[in-house]
Design a protein around this ligand. Structure first.
Ligand code: FES
Length: 230
């Protein structure tokens, strides 16, 4: 009876044959299809890695090797890298105000480890000739390396004021650090001096710049502008 009623309803609606069916089928309540086509999920293709394993391993190896070499040779390279040396071992500037007058007391320049003496021209009490000027005497004793002090009150050979080493007694003249007594093999070593336009000087210090001391030390004196000699 229900089928007849639905047919009558279809006829009444004047539906196309293919659109006809039971009301239950049209409402999706009819018999279900026996086979359902379910799409099979396929795994996505793995993308190409940004760094291959080979590159990764090689990169790690070279990086480790580079760090090892840097650790071994780094300190040596750092030592060889040229730098502007300041203080002892390089140029040490001395302002004009720090330079003693000719014939005055020696001045100690800590930064450059030298005594600055200023000679009057003529013949020194020890018999050396000099044109006068400044001398930079390295305060390292040529015997065994003790620091040589200036002894203004020390009397020796009838004169007062000497450079005298406290270690073994080597004694040097005020007028050029010439050796007069003791086990030292030579006079005090000297450093070269550059004269600037403003009256200041620059002393080139360090073992590489030192000139071996000798009886000619007073002749190495450098005359300076702006000072009275004689
Ligand atoms: S170290 Fe100066 S006299 Fe020996």
């Amino acid at each position: 009876m229900a089928g007849m009623a639905e047919e009558q309803q279809d006829v009444g609606l004047n539906l196309a044959p293919e659109a006809r069916g039971t009301m239950a089928e049209r409402r999706g309540l009819g018999p279900r299809p026996t086979e359902v086509s379910t799409p099979v999920a396929t795994p996505a293709r793995a993308g190409k890695p940004l760094i291959s394993r080979r590159v990764f391993v090689l990169g790690g190896f070279w990086t480790a090797l580079g760090l090892a070499l840097l650790g071994i040779f780094g300190p040596q390279l750092d030592f060889l890298y040229p730098r502007r040396v300041r203080g002892f071992g390089g140029p040490v500037p001395v302002p004009k105000s720090a330079i003693p007058e000719p014939g005055g007391e020696p001045v100690r320049i800590f930064e450059g480890r030298f005594w600055l003496v200023h000679l009057q021209p003529g013949v020194t009490p020890n018999g050396e000739e000099t044109q006068g000027g400044v001398l930079a005497l390295w305060w390292k004793c040529p015997h065994l390396g003790c620091t040589v002090p200036w002894r203004p009150d020390f009397v020796f050979m009838g004169r007062k004021g000497w450079f005298r080493c406290p270690c073994h007694g080597s004694t040097y003249t005020k007028e050029g650090g010439v050796l007069v007594f003791g086990p030292a093999p030579r006079s005090m070593d000297t450093f070269p001096i550059e004269v600037k336009e403003d009256g200041s000087i620059v002393v080139l210090t360090g073992p590489n710049n030192a000139r071996m001391g000798g009886k000619d030390n007073p002749a190495r004196a450098v005359r300076l502008p702006g000072f009275q000699y004689g």
